[in-house]
Design a protein around this ligand. Structure first.
Ligand SMILES: Cc1ncc(C[n+]2csc(CCOP(=O)(O)OP(=O)(O)O)c2C)c(N)n1
Length: 666
């Protein structure tokens, strides 16, 4: 393929649109689009399979700009390649309510495949997308799922640990249809990258991960070399590929090229004029797209439209010839369990005492039998988290067979990859680890919540109840910190049957992530003939056990619900009737109408809370005069019963505290 003036003109159009928008907004990052425009252009014009009229086409290639601060690069591409993004949208860059926010936002702008900006995330998301493609090719066949997953990554992306975790796993899985172009410009925000990134040989590092590594030495100008490298990357289907493209940040800017001064602030009007001159850009107006550039880009659009039409033809043929396979495809699009299928989930009997992690394992496995599009993995703890799909085999990155992803001890990448799978669509996935290590996943959980991704997080070993492993492994502040995250629902069930409902809730929730928080220790299966129904979980809280003329309410979550019931019996003996409320989810409860909330936790009655975790936040439930029983310090290494006793969270201590509080204050 030889390139000509029209290719260079289109690249300069991408560059000038980008710097004009940053200038107009008086804010943004011009340097990256100036340097990375050639690689992005060659990819979009010659390789990327997309259809702007059908931006969510199931089998499109996926493209993620991991270095999301260079967002104007993507917006310029989307505009030129016919997506629903006008010049006015570009002129509104970074303005309230625009389709062109500071960093690309999934769901807001057609063609943006992932929300990026926190460096490293996109580089891991794309691994999830490549995993999803393989899984779907395995489930549905290559006629339906057969695409590449591309990302542009930057120095900052590759400094972040999460990208290393994800790349290591991608190499292990031999994800041959994953291709990352590395905008290697040796400059970051604070200055030259060698301030802190000088000894590392990225090429050798990625080769050691099992990637094919290709190099383009003159990435600012050598379009042929970029094109050839992408061809070579596509040809190697046994390994993921990293194309190291050497570029100049701020390319074209006479005074800022190659310097961090072009990274994150507008060029300024004088420098902008000089830059356009240096690029041989002779059009006087800002935001100008030459007619021939539009015509040229249409060729790539037409190519994608034809590919989409051929794919639709194949799908129509499948619909006629293999209706069963077509139904499978529809099920993948839907990724929802039919509510009658929930009837087949286990019902746990009184006397069947299980840790909620064990009950979860049984429920998860039943869901897996109903839903071939459901798969997931764990961070080297499946034996403890009970999250293996029995007979599911290990996920194979080449064939896409197998349902258990062995993420290894890579929690952050696990969560970011799960986001990538969710962004891709057609599948649902879960992750699993000890609750304490939710901290290692938090940046990705936050993005799942922001982007309404229906990822399910299984967190086991949910409190000091895990015992001997000690304070490093015992979550304390984790419940409250996850509850503080907008868009995330945290569920901490009290027994096996609440666990089943928690899974149902998570699977029915299509517009956001759910954290399922389970115990290590065995818990009694509660007798629902005498107690409130576990279905109350879906309202976040419900009356589990009441007494006539109750004098107080004790609200508890998870394992502590059982302690609360013991406390209730103890107080019965003292002639103090109380009501026990199970509150598996504060977030869900607070969303209920006031009338429901008042019926469960009436504000006229003294209220206490019990949770083996941070006390922070419980005042909202119990009020100023309420009693909060919890843990405002780290745990210790000892058998669990000893810990509950010494931290005054056993039923005897709780009874004493509630009784004393009632006597003093009411
Ligand atoms: C996790 C994270 N930390 C810090 C930042 C702030 N930040 C934005 S861009 C940037 C420098 C990135 O340098 P590089 O990736 O080389 O991009 P380039 O300078 O080439 O545009 C930093 C530190 C961020 N966006 N995400």
């Amino acid at each position: 393929m030889s390139f000509s003036d029209i290719d260079r003109l289109t690249i300069n159009t991408i560059r000038t649109l980008s710097i004009d928008a940053v200038q107009k907004a008086n804010s943004g990052h011009p340097g990256m689009p100036l340097g990375a425009a050639p690689m992005a252009y060659v990819l979009w014009q010659n390789h990327l399979k997309f259809n702007p009229k059908n931006p969510s086409w199931f089998d499109r290639d996926r493209f993620v700009l991991s270095a999301g601060h260079g967002s104007m690069l993507v917006y310029s591409l989307l505009h030129l390649y016919g997506f629903d993004l006008t010049l006015d949208d570009l002129k509104n860059f970074r303005q309230l309510g625009s389709k062109t926010p500071g960093h690309p936002e999934f769901g807001l702008t057609a063609g943006v495949e992932a929300t990026t900006g926190p460096l490293g995330q996109g580089a891991a998301n794309i691994v999830g997308m490549a995993i999803a493609e393989r899984k779907l090719a395995n489930l549905l066949g290559r006629e339906i799922a057969d695409h590449y997953s591309y990302a542009i990554v930057s120095d900052g992306d590759l400094m972040e640990g999460v990208s290393a975790e994800a790349a290591s796993l991608a190499g292990h899985l031999k994800l041959g249809k994953l291709i990352c172009l590395y905008d290697s410009n040796d400059v970051t925000l604070d200055g030259p990258a060698d301030l802190c990134f000088s000894r590392e040989d990225v090429k050798k590092r990625y080769e050691s991960y099992g990637w094919q590594v290709l190099e383009v030495l003159k990435g600012d100008t050598d379009l042929d070399a970029i094109d050839q490298a992408i061809h070579a990357a596509k040809a190697d289907t046994a390994r993921p590929s990293l194309i190291i493209v050497k570029t100049t940040i701020g390319f074209g800017s006479p005074n800022k090229a190659g310097k961090s001064s072009s990274h994150g602030s507008p060029l300024g009007t004088d420098e902008l004029t000089l830059t356009k001159k240096a690029l041989n850009w002779h059009y006087p107006d800002a935001f100008y797209v030459p007619k021939e550039v539009h015509a040229h880009c249409k060729k790539a659009i037409a190519h994608g439209e034809t590919a989409n039409a051929e794919w639709t033809k194949r799908l129509d043929a499948i619909k006629k010839e293999s209706p069963h396979k077509y139904v499978q495809y529809e099920e993948c699009i839907r990724t929802k369990i039919y509510s009658d299928a929930f009837h087949s989930l286990p019902v746990f009997k009184v006397g069947e005492d299980l840790a909620t992690r064990e009950a979860s394992g049984k429920v998860l496995n039943t869901i897996a039998t109903q839903a071939p599009w459901f798969f997931g993995g764990d961070a080297d703890l499946s034996c403890s988290t009970n999250t293996s799909i029995r007979d599911g085999a290990s996920f194979d990155g080449q064939t896409g067979a197998g349902r258990n992803i062995h993420y290894g001890v890579r929690e952050h990448a696990m969560a970011s990859i799960a986001n990538g799978i969710a962004y891709h669509g057609g599948l649902r996935s879960y992750t699993a680890t000890f609750f304490c290590f939710a901290d290692y996943m938090r940046p990705a959980i936050r993005l799942a919540a922001m982007n309404h991704l229906p990822v399910v997080y299984v967190f086991t070993h949910d409190s000091i109840g895990l015992g001997e492993d000690g304070p490093t492994h015992q979550p304390v502040e984790h419940l409250m910190s996850l509850r503080a995250m907008p868009g995330l629902i945290t569920l901490r069930p009290a027994d096996s049957n609440e666990t089943r409902e928690a899974w149902i809730h998570a699977m029915e929730r299509m517009d956001g992530p759910t954290a399922l928080v389970f115990s290590r220790q065995k818990l009694k299966t509660l007798d629902r003939t005498k107690l409130g129904s576990e279905k109350g979980l879906h309202q976040g809280a419900y009356v589990l056990s009441t007494r006539p003329n109750f004098k107080a309410i004790l609200v508890a979550t998870g394992a502590e619900v059982q302690t609360a019931l013991e406390c209730q019996s103890n107080l019965d003996v003292q002639g103090i009737p109380i009501q026990v409320v199970s509150m598996p989810s504060i977030e869900l409860f607070l969303k209920q109408p006031a009338s429901y909330r008042e019926s469960v936790v009436p504000s006229t009655v003294p209220r206490a809370s019990l949770e083996a975790g941070s006390k922070f936040g419980w005042r909202e439930i119990v009020g100023d005069k309420g009693l909060v029983i919890g843990l405002d310090h780290f745990g210790a290494s000892a058998p669990a019963p000893k810990l509950f006793e010494s931290f005054k969270l056993d039923s005897k201590s709780v009874t004493e505290q509630v009784s004393a509080w009632l006597k003093q204050n009411h």
